[in-house]
Design a protein around this ligand. Structure first.
Ligand SMILES: [Cu+2]
Length: 161
């Protein structure tokens, strides 16, 4: 019967690991955060609205291939392509949108788990297609606050135009 014991143990381990990951899920209220993601050959240009939650103001953050939010975020996504067909694919959040040149797509994504979640382009958009990889970093509220302070001081060093 050792095999049966092994199977039993495996089953128990699966059950326990499932319940552990379920309790990792943040179930509190969500806060809105706006992010613009532009697909281009061959990268993702990300603009995160700053604390004022308005685009094209002094406190916006600009990144390539990275989105950073605290857990408990209701991500208000604006997605577009500036050149050819791209596809924004974030498998761990079961999210995929095709991006058509010149068309703005808006969507909502609830972010309830801490971690680093990769995203990629799902359209074969050219020779550099494979470079279109990025990650969504979901931080604890404390880590996000320190990250935000670091970004704000960086923004403060750049003269506003
Ligand atoms: Cu692409």
């Amino acid at each position: 019967m050792p095999n049966l014991a092994k199977i039993g143990f495996l089953f128990l381990w699966l059950l326990l690991s499932c319940s552990t990951s379920r309790s990792d899920k943040y179930l509190g209220p969500l806060q809105d955060r706006s992010v613009l993601i532009e697909g281009r050959m061959f990268q993702w240009t990300v603009t995160q609205a700053g604390p004022d939650q308005t685009f094209n103001t002094y406190d916006d953050f600009h990144f390539n291939n990275e989105i950073v939010v605290p857990v408990g975020t209701r991500l208000k996504l604006q997605l577009k392509s500036v050149d050819v067909f791209h596809g924004f694919f974030l498998p761990s959040l079961k999210f995929h949108r095709r991006l058509l040149p010149g068309i703005l797509t808006e969507d909502i994504l609830e972010v309830r788990r801490i971690g680093s979640f990769p995203f990629a382009c799902s359209e074969v958009c050219g020779v550099g297609h494979g470079k279109m990889m990025g990650r969504l970093r979901v931080l604890t509220p404390e880590d996000y606050d320190s990250w935000l302070r670091a970004q704000s001081s960086k923004n403060a060093m750049v003269p506003s135009g």
